[in-house]
Design a protein around this ligand. Sequence first.
Ligand code: C2E
Ligand code: MG
Ligand code: MG
Length: 695
Amino acid sequence: MNLVHRMHSSLAFKAFLLIGMAALVASFVVVFLSARLEQSDRQAYAQAQGLALANASAAALTPALFSNDSDVVEQTLKRLSDQNGVLRLRVMDPTGLVIFPANRRNTADRGTDFSRAIHAGKTSIRVENNTLYSAVPLFENGRLRAVVGHSYDLSLNQAGFWALVVRNIWRGLILLGVAVPAGLLVFIRLLSPLGALNKAAEQAAAGDLSVRLDVTRCDELGRLSSNFNTMLDRLKSNFDRTRWLAYGDSLTRLSNKTAFNERLRKLVRLERPPGALLLIDLDGFKRFNDAYGQDEGDRILTIIAQRLRKIINAHAPKFAAASGNIRPLLSRLSGNEFAMLIPGARSAPEIQNLANAILTDIAAPIDLSGHSASLSARIGIALYPHDAGDARNLLTSVNFAIDEAKKNGGGTWCFFEPSMSQKAIRRMTLHNELRQAMRENEFIVHYQPKIDVREGTIAGCEALVRWQQSSGKLVGPGDFIEAAEESGLICEIGDFVLEESCLAAARWAKEGYDCGVAVNVSALQFASNDFTQVVFRALDKAGLPPSKLELELTESVAMTNPERMLEQIGPLREKGVRFAIDDFGTGHSSLAYLTRLPFDVFKIDKSFVQSMTEDKHARVIVQTVLAMAESLGYRTVAEGVETREHFAFLQLHCCDYVQGYYFAKPMFEADLVSMLAAEKASLARDDIEAFAKAV
Ligand code: C2E
Ligand code: MG
Ligand code: MG
């Protein structure tokens, strides 16, 4: 079917049909013409024969006629009449009366030929019904003596027309046999460039634009081929340009993420040579961009790209043999992220050398207009097919590795390890479980009292979230706060704790307990635009005076964007909400800057408090912070007070409040209320005793 279709759509087949039909018609014409010619030849021959016979008969009769020898004439006439083809032979006198043969004597025979012969005085002939009628006049001494009438059967030895056609068929067959192949040959030779043109067009359609036609002819097909070449040239240059726009990074002239992903998919397959993928992330590039402007940022990226290209060129020969000469790939994936794909790289020391060379070259100072900048980078490394057998998993692995490198700080590289993905899977599971816990209201709030050092009474408490799982297990924030921050769920959890704490504090106030509440605020919560409104809403809903609420921010939250921080806490402080810096001393913020921010309370981190007894430096830090806070007018809270010695030291150095297991662990609200009630009762008792003593 397919073959039939192909034949039908083939130009040569159509030409074959056309030439074949033309040759067939020509053959028919030739055969018929040949038959017709042969027929007329044969007729002419028969006529000539008939005429010759008539003349010969006349010549044979003449002597006997002239000598009036009737017997001889009769005998000769009889002999001549018996000749093949002779239908009739008579001798007439000049008046047209038959004188011989004797049996027809005196019958008149003055036909047309006789008359014409008499008049013309020479042999006359006439052909009628395939018979040649002739009349030969015989003269003796210029006087007409007799006329010999002769009729001859022309159909004798004549073949019929169709028999002649059959006889000439060979001519038609020869014509067919010669004309068809010759015609086809000429046609094929004439259109031979069409085959090449068609093949080239097919190749071009399949995407190979490098194909060109060899043009040697100067006819229409030659011109068509030359135009085809020009068209392909244009198409290729347009295609190259479009390809560059789609696959190139215009800033660094490296390939972009799309090109990288395509190449990665092709190269990272189990059957391809093994290799390594290095993901390179520039540390703090955004800082440079912000500080020096986007133009200088672009310059930095261009210079880094050049350095990376040099490194890859220098190291590529080492991996060429193992990669089967597959070229390595360097791409810019996003703003400050580059990727290097090195087929053939599988030895860890070689890859480490490469990674170290990258880090060293990136760290080399960059001359910008008027100053010099120096960057560092971190590199995640994953090997294929060792770490992943396909592009997608390889990218996931290398991202795990770079995350780990980030944790290790700047200027480092890190190879992927399977435990990283296990950790990530655990984290993903935890994200889902936390979401579920939020839906099922499994979060609860515990409260840890803060003790007024001078009075020895409960001055307030800190709200600390807990996850009460359906199994009854109570999970502390250390096990889920980080995951909640990563998943963004911390905002919902934080809002819940804030609302819950305000409601609880309002209840305590209603019951007559003067106990404020401190609530931890995460960076994400604080960054949200409606943070201030959320706090006001929680206070309003609970009917809690703002002065009963303290918000704890860590140093890093306070320092990330000081301007924004002022905007956020300004209106709240105006209403009386207090702000504390949590875990003071653990961050790396500028002390001078931090102390100028509008906070009310420093919460000394428990790590200092707990190491005070053995570590002299910790003691000095706590002492210094307390002294500084006092002179700057801040209140101080020491966390993690676990022993009598801790408390004694803090008391000695005028710490305002203490919080720790020495006094109470975080507890359910009901327990805190019982504590508050017991304290109130004991205070009342003391008052009564003091009153009694005074009286
Ligand atoms: P933090 O705000 O510094 O809270 C103090 C932590 O120290 C609490 O741990 C508390 O139980 C613990 N602690 C108090 N006294 C002692 C002591 O004497 N010895 C020891 N070893 N630990 C003591 P917890 O409840 O596990 O909370 C850990 C951290 O989780 C908190 O540190 C806070 O940063 C975060 N967190 C807790 N609840 C929330 C919350 O609702 N929102 C946010 N964003 N973070 C929260
Ligand atoms: Mg806290
Ligand atoms: Mg703390």
